[in-house]
Design a protein around this ligand. Sequence first.
Ligand code: ADP
Ligand code: MG
Length: 240
Amino acid sequence: MIQVQDLKKAFGANQVLDGISTDICQGEVVAIIGPSGSGKSTFLRSLNLLEVPTGGKILFEGTDITDPKVDINRHRQKIGMVFQQFNLFPHKTVKQNIMMAPVALKLMTKEEASKRADELLARVGLPDKANAYPDMLSGGQKQRIAIARSLAMNPDVMLFDEPTSALDPEMVGEVLELMKELAKSGMTMVVVTHEMGFAREVATRVLFIDDGKIQEQNSPKEFFENPKNPRLKEFLSKVL
Ligand code: ADP
Ligand code: MG
């Protein structure tokens, strides 16, 4: 689904991504871990061109989206993204937040989007919050709505950038549980996370990014039980 070939990104003299290559296949759940500032967000944001690479290629469903001639907005519709900060529109209700993109982009009629929003509200366990405003929700509820809003576009892949890092501890579980359900349903997911339990239990593959490169990638079992890269060993010894 996504082929990343020798991806590079520099901010001035700061070479943040220094040749990342990996393929993400349909149905995979790829967890990305690594130290703060190692380029995890930059990598994730590059996948839908929120950051423009300074080198290399990204093929999404066979199309080189780094080609300036490509209409990136068409591809972005297929790529859902969930951030640490939920980015819900505060002056719109929960349901309006979920309906907004598909209607604005004329992918659905209002009636279709409304029906889809109701389905998604049920799926994320918040059917009674349709008419609530984001301010009235807990952090965990806001993030579940942010996930529903991304799903409204029927994306082929969902990118998550530390989706539970801004949450109070007691709300982390409900969001991880929803993400686990999503993974079980077959959604292709790329998840930057500090939740090692989630990476171990739900991911099909775990990547360790440090120093602008993928230093190690493996099945969760091998990755956590038998890490080889010295930096990864050191990192795991601090976080586990
Ligand atoms: P991580 O998500 O792993 O913590 P980031 O991808 O956010 O790391 O950042 C990696 C490096 O890139 C950091 O040194 C950060 O300061 C730098 N960086 C990220 N975004 C920008 C930007 N828009 N302009 C300049 N430097 C940036
Ligand atoms: Mg980050």
